[in-house]
Design a protein around this ligand. Structure first.
Ligand code: KG4
Ligand code: ZN
Length: 355
């Protein structure tokens, strides 16, 4: 089954053709990063206008690269939410018109489900084993999810304030680095000392699988302010050490909570997904903790890991950040069509069942 996926929830106009939820035939992403660099973040009206200009050429290119035409597509999938409503509308309207005019099924997809199913792309059938605990973490969300089977998602924890990706973006701004912040902070961190600054590691209470990054952000604000006051500038060495210390703190919190949740739910696999899962240090730290069999608890004490879950993240970095292959993939496994209806853009769309 060939599904054409469309994704326009934020600042990437994307279309892809995926066969049977895993086999990526094309994955086209028109990034607006250069445009939003000027403002240091996404301006919704600017993003919406770009989506309207780019959507048709992007869909055309995705079909061409997949060696097919609209006639060869079995269904149209589209991100319905969450996201920026003015951005979502371009995708949902385009997908609805395509589905109606071609008389093909229309499958609205939750954006977070898309990120989760990115880990199925390019893998042989039946590779992944349930139950899985997933950390899906990007600029807009930061959720810990228990997945017992396809379509069954239980929210174990979420951020009480910022998502980790948003914190990376804000810290990049404080350190005078570019947009989006994650890759810039990560690059500087490679040459920095992660132990130079002792930053707050907020694990919340013993039972909580929620996250909070506002204290860490304030600590980074104070750190850079002090440095400015004392030296009048931020040296290369300071920026690298601050980036490394910040990244180490975030990765520690994310990986510890993920492994603790995996242990509690006897997960066969742990997955990381979303933009921040592109982070090399997070990937390495997860490998390291699983191999060495430990995580740290809410008091920052080492705990021994009894289970040995399989760790998965996408082989191709392009599947971590927003793309349409993940939307076409999720649509195949979730397959909830809305024949003859418009796909509604819903910025608050939720995915989770009650525990
Ligand atoms: O999934 P995504 O493309 O969009 C949302 O759904 O929000 O994620 C974008 C976020 C940005 O905040 C960006 O800074 C972060 O992912 N990001 C990273 C890295 N690459 C992207 N964060 C840390 N390290 C990276 N290498
Ligand atoms: Zn996303």
């Amino acid at each position: 089954m060939k599904i054409l996926g469309i994704e326009t929830s934020c600042d990437e106009t994307a279309a892809a053709v995926v066969e049977n939820g895993r086999n990526v035939l094309s994955n086209v992403i028109a990034s607006q990063i250069d445009l939003h660099k000027e403002t240091g973040g996404v301006v919704p009206e600017v993003a919406a206008r770009e989506h309207a200009i780019r959507i048709i050429p992007v869909v055309d290119e995705a079909l061409k690269k997949a060696g097919t035409t609209l006639a060869g597509i079995d269904a149209i999938a589209v991100t319905a939410g969450p996201g920026l409503v003015s951005s979502l509308i371009t995708g949902t309207t385009s997908a609805s018109v395509l589905a109606m005019s071609l008389n093909k099924p229309l499958i609205p997809v939750n954006h977070i489900a898309g990120h989760i199913y990115a880990n199925w792309l390019d893998l042989p059938a039946d590779t992944i084993q349930f139950p899985i605990v997933i950390l899906t973490v990007s600029g807009g969300h930061n959720d810990l999810v228990l997945m017992k089977e396809h379509g069954n998602f239980e929210l174990l924890g979420e951020t009480l304030d910022d998502a980790a990706g948003e914190a990376f973006d804000k810290v990049a701004r404080l350190l005078g680095l570019g947009y989006p912040g994650g890759p810039h902070v990560s690059r500087r961190a490679e040459v920095g000392n992660p132990n130079r600054f002792d930053l707050p590691r907020v694990y919340l209470d013993k039972k909580s699988f929620n996250f909070s990054f506002s204290g860490l952000k304030t600590a980074m604000l104070n750190l850079t302010k002090n440095e400015h006051e004392q030296n009048g500038t931020l040296t290369e060495e300071f920026v690298a050490d601050a980036a490394a210390s910040f990244q180490e703190t975030v990765c520690d919190i994310l990986s510890d909570k993920l492994l603790k949740a995996a242990e509690l739910h006897n997960a066969k696999e742990v997955h990381i997904a979303g933009g921040v899962s592109a982070n090399k240090r997070l990937r390495f730290m997860m490998e390291e903790k699983i191999t060495s069999k430990y995580y740290k608890d809410h008091k920052n004490k080492i705990q021994i890991l009894k289970n040995s879950p399989v760790l998965r993240y996408t082989a191709d970095i392009k599947y971590c950040t927003d793309n349409a292959a993940m939307i076409a993939g999720a649509a195949y496994f979730l397959n909830k069509t809305v024949d003859n209806e418009m796909a509604k853009a819903d910025p608050t769309l939720t995915l989770y069942q009650k525990a």
